[in-house]
Structure formats: structure tokens, C-alpha cells
Design a protein around this ligand. Structure first.
Ligand code: NI
Length: 262
């Protein structure tokens, strides 16, 4: 499989699946069998954060990883499993079984064309368990359906916000105020991507602490303004640029080793 030399960044128009014709995808598959799927969520991010935070961030990191590696990036799967956020206006959630089905179908579609390395860049913690279940289901289905590449199909989940350099930078910048939802790190990245969001920023009272997650009513009772231990007012657009750089570098390296792995 061929990749760009790491560090030789290509224009994003060259790596977006949505801008390719099918013969171009055929040609791509002759030299590379890897593809990136960004997945996010459409859910509340506290009283000052954008509903689209997890989708915006996952897509931005995915496109940057694509630019650095030359690997194709599919359109973002902007809806995730956000059942516990449904107590807040604007949240749109897929049930766990629905998301599992969606992820499975997307992987199988790509595998049927010959893609063998499916690299899912995720922006939302609630998707993690389901994505992994979808991968297991996909391996099984690829065999059942007799796909020629079934034995070589590999899926990998990469959570950009959990990449080591991102995690460490967030701790250094924000300490305990990073929290677990509507975190300043993810909000900073959205401020970098979409400067109009800076107008929403304002000081907020002490957040409710992070804790166990159950249903939407319980979540809203425990976390009245939607935040879990975070202070997103600390987020700055220039931090977002740093997070994008660190996340895309770390995930590009992970993708390249994933592509080379047997
Ligand atoms: Ni988020």
C-alpha cells in the first residue's frame, strides 16, 4: 500500500471520497486499500458549546490525517450514540443498535469494494463500545457474505481526544478543568475551526462533577447545564490549532502502522 511521505501534505480536495468518481476510487484501490471514516455526534456541549462539536472535530482531524497520509476520507458520520444527552434541546441520537447497524453497513460497503484497512476517527466517547461491536459484527459478516478480502479486513478505532499528546496537552493547559464532557480541548478545536463560535464563550459557574451515566433525565439532573466537570471558558482558538496538529500527527503515525500491519 502506498502513502504520501509523512509531512508531505496534500490538498484536502485530493483525499475526500465525496469528491471522487468511481473510476478514481478503482484507481486508488490499486495502490492503497485504506480509508478513514470520521464519526462524531450531534449533541449538547454545555451552554456555550456547539451541538456539532464531536462531528466538527472528528471530521477536521480526519481530513488533516488524510492530507498528511494521502488516505481517502469518507463523509463524516455526524450522528452517534447520545441517548444520555437527549434531555437537552438540539441533541440528535442514534440508539446503540442503530449505530451498530450503521457502522456495520458502512464498513461492509467499503469492504465489498476491496478496502481492507478501515480507520475510524472518533470524536465521541459514547461511540466507542458500539464501534468496536460493529467491527466484530463486520468481520463475521464479511466471511458470511464471501467477500474476497474478508480474511484481510481490519478495522481500527482512533479516538482523537484520547491520543497521548492531546491528552497530555489538555492536562497541561487545563488541569482538572478539562473534565469529561464539553471539555475545553474539544471546544478549543471548534473555536479554531469556526471563529464565529468564539462569541458564545462566557464565564460559567463551577460545573457538576463527572459521574456515572444513565438515562437522559438522570443525566440532566446530575449535570444541569450539560457539562461534566469541565470549564470550556478556558478554551482558546490557538489551543485548538495545537490540538489539531498533535492529534493529526499522532493519528497519522497510528494509521501508517495500521496500514503496514499484517
Ligand atoms: Ni464532545
Amino acid at each position: 500500500m502506498s502513502t504520501q511521505i509523512p509531512g508531505s501534505v496534500v490538498d484536502s480536495s485530493l483525499i475526500r471520497l465525496a469528491l471522487k468518481s468511481w473510476p478514481e476510487v478503482d484507481d486508488y484501490l490499486k495502490v492503497c486499500k485504506a480509508v478513514i471514516i470520521p464519526i462524531g455526534s450531534t449533541e449538547q456541549h454545555g451552554p456555550t458549546g456547539a451541538i456539532g462539536t464531536d462531528a466538527l472535530t472528528a471530521e477536521a482531524v480526519a481530513l488533516e490525517v488524510g492530507r498528511r497520509t494521502g488516505v481517502l476520507v469518507t463523509p463524516v458520520q455526524a450522528f452517534g450514540m447520545a441517548e444520555h444527552h437527549l434531555g437537552f434541546s438540539g441533541t440528535m441520537s442514534l440508539q446503540p443498535s442503530t449505530l451498530l447497524g450503521v457502522m456495520h453497513d458502512l464498513v461492509l460497503s467499503l469492504a465489498s469494494h476491496g478496502f481492507e484497512r478501515i480507520f475510524v476517527i472518533n470524536g465521541h466517547g459514547g461511540n466507542i463500545a458500539i464501534a468496536k461491536a460493529a467491527f466484530a459484527q463486520s468481520y463475521s459478516s464479511a466471511v458470511t457474505r464471501g467477500l474476497p478480502g474478508a480474511v484481510n479486513l481490519r478495522c481500527r478505532l482512533a479516538n482523537w481526544f484520547m491520543a497521548g499528546p492531546v491528552f497530555r496537552e489538555a492536562r497541561e493547559l487545563y488541569g482538572e478543568s478539562e473534565g469529561q464532557h464539553a471539555t475545553p480541548s474539544e471546544i478549543a478545536l471548534t473555536l479554531h475551526l469556526e471563529p464565529s463560535l468564539i462569541d458564545k464563550q462566557r464565564p460559567l459557574p463551577k460545573p457538576a462533577p463527572a459521574g456515572a451515566i444513565h438515562g437522559p433525565d438522570d443525566f440532566r439532573r446530575r449535570h444541569p447545564d450539560g457539562r461534566m466537570g469541565s470549564n470550556p471558558y478556558l478554551a482558546k482558538p490557538e489551543h485548538g490549532a495545537i490540538f489539531l496538529e498533535k492529534a493529526s500527527l499522532a493519528l497519522s503515525e497510528e494509521l501508517i502502522s495500521f496500514m503496514m500491519s499484517p
